[in-house]
Design a protein. Structure first.
Length: 334
């Protein structure tokens, strides 16, 4: 069950966010000038990216933990992916510096109770959690406390830059802020950009009889597209008290655009298991495709074992033309 932050916890968060806004970090930092913070007691860091150097939107994006950081790097390397599918990598917490009309009623009420006065564009502070598969929502109590600690340390890290710490961001370096337990102090230093180790699920088939049956299926010259797409349709979860995005698992002929399978993916489903099963069904009913196109490394790794054992070529493509056309048409209908 969701537990809301107290007014004093919100006050502490707003106080540090206001201080960050005052120093205007976007005047020195670009989106790719990354600050990596290891909080006390946390094995995985938080990566902070400052938005605003281009003068359009202002804020601090926080990617908490290895999975979120991996999604960040996927996001920045997916510029040719359709906008409505990039949401699959939006796994962050954001401190926005925006306008009053961007805030929801609950946020305006909190600000009013705190006695804080904001005026003008890019001066209204509010917070959003971007959780994969869900509509953005306000942070709960635990998230408010976490964001507060991150922003406090971000403020100190930026302070170190302002005091002369040199970080060669353009050469792929990053600013780190780490607590040294032996010396009982926080350290700010330059190091190589933190990139998490790849940890992807691989679906292995060990059933030799099953593989033999699959290999007996006719081979085709078909090019197949497989993906789980996000649709601009929200479903309310009473249990989780937030809105989830509708997802569909799709198997489409990449040349003809013919739809073989579409299946709704629920919150309880493992989407990669569904894609794997859809591929097995295709092979059993139609035959073995010559080429499979997938959206990203996650899906590639899940299907890599079966593709290797059945001699199917597999390629990663941010743009899946037949699937993307289907997704666009589906959203227009709804």
């Amino acid at each position: 069950m969701r537990i809301e932050a107290s007014l004093e916890e919100w006050r502490e968060l707003y106080n540090v966010a206001i201080e960050i806004h005052k120093i205007k970090p976007w005047t020195k930092l670009s989106v790719l000038d990354l600050i990596t913070i290891f909080l006390k007691g946390q094995e995985e860091p938080c990566l902070c990216s400052v938005m605003g150097q281009l003068g359009e939107r202002y804020g601090v994006y926080m990617y908490i933990g290895d999975e979120a950081i991996t999604d960040f790097f996927q996001l920045i390397n997916s510029s040719d992916m359709p906008h409505n599918q990039i949401i699959r990598y939006q796994n962050s917490v954001i401190c926005h510096f925006g306008s009053r009309e961007e805030l929801v009623k609950e946020e305006r009420e909190i600000i009013k109770k705190l006695g804080i006065k904001f005026r003008g564009k890019n001066n209204w502070i509010y917070f959003r959690v971007n959780e994969k598969g869900y509509s953005p929502y306000m942070p709960d109590k635990d998230q408010v406390l976490m964001i507060t600690e991150i922003l406090k340390n971000l403020y100190m890290a930026i302070g170190a830059l302002n005091e002369g710490l040199n970080v060669r961001f353009k050469q792929g370096k990053a600013l780190f802020r780490v607590f040294n337990e032996e010396r009982d102090l926080w350290l700010n230093f330059e190091d190589n950009t933190y990139v998490p180790r790849e940890r992807y699920m691989v679906a292995e088939i060990d059933d030799e009889l099953f593989l033999k049956r699959l290999n007996k299926q006719p081979r085709t010259n078909n090019i197949l597209e497989l993906d789980v797409i996000y649709l601009s349709t929200f479903m309310r979860s009473k249990i989780l008290e937030k809105m989830s995005l509708m997802k569909l698992a799709l198997v489409v002929d990449g040349e003809t655009g013919e739809l073989f399978r579409n299946e709704i993916v629920t919150l309880e489903d493992n989407e990669m298991d569904i894609l794997f099963r859809c591929l097995i069904d295709y092979i059993t009913i139609i035959g073995i495709p010559k080429i499979i196109l997938v959206r990203d490394i996650y899906t590639n790794n899940v299907l890599s074992d079966i593709c290797s054992k059945l001699n199917i070529e597999m390629h990663i493509s941010s743009t899946l033309y037949s699937i993307d056309r289907f997704a666009g048409a589906f959203d227009q209908i709804r």
